[in-house]
Design a protein around this ligand. Sequence first.
Ligand SMILES: Cc1cc2nc3c(=O)[nH]c(=O)nc-3n(C[C@H](O)[C@H](O)[C@H](O)COP(=O)(O)OP(=O)(O)OC[C@H]3O[C@@H](n4cnc5c(N)ncnc54)[C@H](O)[C@@H]3O)c2cc1C
Length: 432
Amino acid sequence: MGIETFDRSLWSALTPALDAGPSLQGDHDTDVLVVGAGFLGLSTALHLAEAGVRVTVLEAEQPGFGASGRNTGFVVPSLKTAFGPADVRDALGETGDRLTELVGSSGNLVFDLIRRLGIECSAEQTGWLQPAHTGAVMKVLEQRQADWLALGRGVDILTPEETAEMVGTPGYHGALLDRTGGQINPLAYARGLAAVARRLGANLFWKSRVTKLQRNGGRWLAETAAGGVRADRVILTTNALVGGLVPEVEASMIPVRVHQVATAPLSPELGATILPMRTPVADTRRHTFAVRWSPDGRLVTGGLVLPGPANLRRATRIFSRRLERAFPMLGQVRIDHVWNGVIAATLDSLPRFMSVEPGLDAVIGCNGRGVALTTALGRDIARLHTGEIDISAFPLPHKAPTPVPARAITRHGPSFWLPWSDFRDRLDGRRG
Ligand SMILES: Cc1cc2nc3c(=O)[nH]c(=O)nc-3n(C[C@H](O)[C@H](O)[C@H](O)COP(=O)(O)OP(=O)(O)OC[C@H]3O[C@@H](n4cnc5c(N)ncnc54)[C@H](O)[C@@H]3O)c2cc1C
């Protein structure tokens, strides 16, 4: 597993602590039990509590402890580049159209929610910029713009010159700019969602890892070390950290560790040159170069590192060099924070809404695009429970879990994918 890095992240350093919640002691009864307090579990609980449903959340550590409190904080209103609206329709039929609509609206949904609930999380709706590293990928982005326009949603295509101005470095073939995206402090967002959910009446227990889930007389019983919760319905939102709790759910995804680094605070002059509009950037390389400004004037970036000892040191070296190459005006970069988190990856990059057993559902697998999507899915799960929408109107198929094929081998895929992708990206760079 490596060293636990939650407390080392920039977000832990910047975010005021949340009043420690109680941990579960003794027996407790509820209508809906949510297991896991990441964005997905918290958005589900918040929207259920808002609708007046009795809801309880059991969290193994604290709200935002998983990927939600450690990510880059990009609010991205799209799936991965290769997955445009037509591809999602091919994969999921009409349900895919609903997923596309949900994803397309998810940027505004997050920022509207933050404003409506008054969550302090350094939210900046400065857009989301995806620069193309080759001419061929630029054509794909132009097609994406046409796809979104056909659905009545405007996104902009930038020229190479406009892109260079927005990124602060030349060399890209243009970019797609989605003005509904932006950036947040993800841990502050998670803690904010938790505080509001609690205020609205959700019962939120920390340090309450569910060790066993069993059906009992038509209801569910979730056991923790010091108590138990009986519920009519359980929603599992543990994402990659599910462990052995529900083996079918664990087998349906591949955990992938992603590293993040934050530089020392940089000068205002650099702030006026690099990403001067404070628009977060994630380019189209296979091993994406993603970079943003933090609220306190640091650059934050990251990606995959081959697993092994000293990978925090290697992440520091690799990602500081990447920054120095992209922005030579930085000179030698000093890294103040390095941390990592785990995403739940699916082979087709689509999330799963799994019907595990009657009354037990699991929603996982938002891959690396989970800030906006989990918030939106949580809202819709709550709507499903209150009857506001029917299962046939949900933006994902509701199916039994299916294991990732040959998972014992596939789970090592990122170790092979990374050097190959870096090599192909370098090749593209030379050709470009
Ligand atoms: C380094 C990194 C960078 C990323 N950057 C971005 C980005 O910029 N933009 C973007 O859109 N997405 C990004 N992602 C992906 C995004 O963070 C995730 O898709 C999203 O946070 C998943 O949220 P979640 O609520 O499903 O799961 P998580 O946030 O992982 O929450 C799961 C929770 O379940 C709890 N849990 C697990 N087991 C139990 C149990 N037995 N009992 C009780 N609780 C349990 C865990 O403690 C955890 O708090 C990134 C991910 C990583 C790791």
